[in-house]
Design a protein around this ligand. Sequence first.
Ligand code: PLP
Length: 393
Amino acid sequence: MSHPNCNYRAFRDSYLFSTIYRRTEEYLAAHPGARVLNLGVGDVSLPISKTVIAALHAAVEEQADAKTFHGYLPECGLPGLRKAIAAHYGRYGVELEPEEVFISSGAIDDIADILALFDKEDTALVLEPTYPAYVETNLIAGHEIKYLESGKEDRFLPLPAPDLKADIIYLCSPGNPTGAAYDRKALKAWVDFANRIGAVILFDAAYEIFVSEPQIPHSIYEIDGAKTCAIEICSLSKTAGFTGMRLGYTIVPKTLSRDCMDFNAMWTRDRTSKTNGVSYILQKGAEAVFTEQGWEECLENINRYHANSKALMEALDEAGAWYCGGKNSPYVWVQCPEGLDSWTFFDRLLNELQIVGVPGEGFGKCGRDYIRFSSFGDPEDTKEAARRLKTVF
Ligand code: PLP
């Protein structure tokens, strides 16, 4: 008889996005022709840039010719792409060896898979409110999960208390859902803490390209000491519009070890056992992202999203609403007015202003009084939503 992983019993069904969808559809059915403005989108809307598309086409052509055709590839990634990503970190003053870069099919894949490197008894620390995958993957792995709450007082950027204990620490900066981003000093506090207690930080840098302020690091390796305590997980999903293409990368420094186990060697071993790598075509497209022209084009798209955030932030400033995020992130995290909880405010926005946001409660109980707006939507819709929002706070 097989013994299923009963950790799946700990799951509650997630109704967040299906409930948002259902309530929006119900509203539209009752109000045909209403202009509902969607600030809930967590997906990119701009297409992939020209340089990357050209590289993808060229790679397809290579696969059509016996002389240039590629079969199986190195499991950890094409050497050229690993090198290009290592060089990309040079933009942020970080030196990496290509062998410290591992190509994946997206950040969420590695957020889940990386837990294979940790003992079952390890405890995970998750900062609330949180991107749900950190919780769900640890539930499946059977790890004890500890929550560190955050709120308006710390602008959703909590710091480690000296008596905090954990083996795996999740940091996401710039964060989803709050858009808040740690500065160097705060990140240094986490790095020093992790090194002191022997924990490993899993640093999610999925939104690094949105960083626009000089005091905010793009990578945790900009902080002294991070290479002995942190694994960084990143993605081209938001950077280059790859949400439907699927390519990410994970940095496992050669200097990261615990109990005489070398994490870089373990991850190399893990990948060579569990994957045959990522599609050649996608990896060639990804290589183009990291060329000067490719990166420039990605930044042009990001600036268009930034313009949406700016429109939202200006409206919220004018209305006197409390929010964080927006500056270094596609997300603006807004406190609901008049003590409303996030679902009540969601309904009010939909019914009175025809605006859709994501209720903060979907990201944990610390999100109960907040709503997430995103800047991935249409610019005209976002401007109109910003205009309408001024009246609600
Ligand atoms: N990490 C964070 C914080 C995210 O918000 C997302 C996607 O929304 C991911 C990871 C997943 O990225 P990917 O599309 O590369 O799996």
